[in-house]
Design a protein around this ligand. Structure first.
Ligand SMILES: [Zn+2]
Length: 267
C-alpha cells in the first residue's frame, strides 16, 4: 500500500513538475468530511488541487503520519473564545485561532488572553469577504495586510499563518500571499459547526463528525465567532479526552507543519 502511494506521489510530481514527494510524507492531502450543497462552499476538489499545486505553502493537513491533531477556530475573537480558552486550559491543550481584524478591533481582550495562554494566532482577513472577487490591493491592503498591522498593534505579533474565508482563494492570490512568507492553512476535517450550530444536539453531532473522520495530522475546522457557538465549546470539551484516549497529541498548526508561528516583522 505504501509503495503504491509513493508511486502515486512520484507520478503526481512528474505531472506537475514539482520536486518528488519524500517517501515518509503523504502523497496527497484530502478533506475527509462531506460537502454540504447549497451553501456556496468551496468545492473539495478545488482545495485538494491547490494543496497539491502549492505543497509546502498551502495545507489541508500535516504532511506526515504522526498521531497529532490541530484544533483551529475561526471568526473570533468573541465571548466564545473566552469560553474555549477555559476548556483548552482545563485539558492542557494548545490550539490555533484565526482571528478577523474587524472582531479584533472590537474585542481584543479574548485575543490577548489566547496569545498569553500559548495558543497560536493566525489571520483570517479583516471582514470575511470572498477573496476571489478581490483585486491584489484589496486582498492585501484592505484584508490581510490591514489585519497583520492590527494584530501587531494589539497583540505584538505578526502571524505567519493565514486562513482564507470559506476556503476560496485564487492561484494568483496564493502566490501573492506566499511571497509575503505566509502559509495558507485550510482543513481536512470540517466539523460543519457553522451548519449545525443552532440544532439540538449540535455538540454530539460535531463530536461524531470528528471521531468518524479523525486521521494522523488532521487540521480540524471549528468556529469561535460568527454565530451561536456553545455547541462547539461543548464538543471540544468532549473531543479532547476521547482523542487523547486514542493516542492523539494536540498541537498548534505551526508545530504540526514545522514552521514559525510568527514573522519577525511586517512584510
Ligand atoms: Zn471564517
Amino acid at each position: 500500500m505504501n509503495i503504491l502511494l509513493y508511486v502515486l506521489g512520484l507520478t503526481l510530481s512528474a505531472v506537475t513538475g514539482a520536486a518528488p514527494i519524500p517517501a515518509d510524507e503523504k502523497p496527497v492531502q484530502k478533506v475527509r468530511t462531506g460537502f454540504i450543497d447549497g451553501w456556496n462552499q468551496v468545492p473539495l476538489k478545488r482545495l485538494e488541487d491547490q494543496a497539491a499545486r502549492y505543497r509546502g505553502t498551502y495545507y489541508l493537513e500535516g504532511l506526515h503520519n504522526t498521531k497529532r491533531i490541530a484544533l483551529t477556530f475561526d471568526d473570533g475573537p468573541s465571548v466564545y473564545t473566552t469560553a474555549l480558552l477555559k476548556v483548552l486550559d482545563k485539558h492542557q491543550v494548545k490550539a490555533t485561532f484565526f482571528f478577523l481584524g474587524a472582531q479584533l478591533a472590537e474585542s481584543p481582550e479574548p485575543a490577548r488572553a489566547a496569545l498569553k495562554a500559548g495558543h497560536t494566532i493566525g489571520n483570517h482577513s479583516y471582514d470575511h469577504p470572498y477573496l476571489t472577487d478581490l483585486s491584489p490591493s484589496q486582498l492585501w491592503d484592505v484584508q490581510f495586510g490591514r489585519t497583520q498591522r492590527l494584530i501587531k498593534e494589539k497583540l505584538g505579533v505578526v502571524p505567519a499563518l493565514i486562513r482564507p474565508p470559506y476556503g476560496f482563494v485564487n492561484d494568483s492570490q496564493v502566490t501573492l500571499l506566499a511571497g509575503k512568507q505566509l502559509k495558507l492553512i485550510l482543513w481536512s476535517i470540517d466539523t460543519q459547526d457553522w451548519y449545525v450550530a443552532q440544532r439540538l444536539g449540535a455538540a454530539n453531532a460535531l463530536y461524531n463528525t470528528v471521531l468518524n473522520h479523525v486521521h494522523p495530522e488532521a487540521i480540524v475546522l471549528m468556529h469561535d465567532g460568527g454565530g451561536f457557538r456553545a455547541g462547539t465549546v461543548e464538543a471540544v470539551d468532549m473531543l479532547i479526552p476521547a482523542l487523547k484516549k486514542q493516542g492523539y497529541e494536540f498541537v498548534t498548526v505551526d508545530r504540526m507543519i514545522g514552521t514559525p508561528a510568527y514573522l519577525a516583522a511586517l512584510p
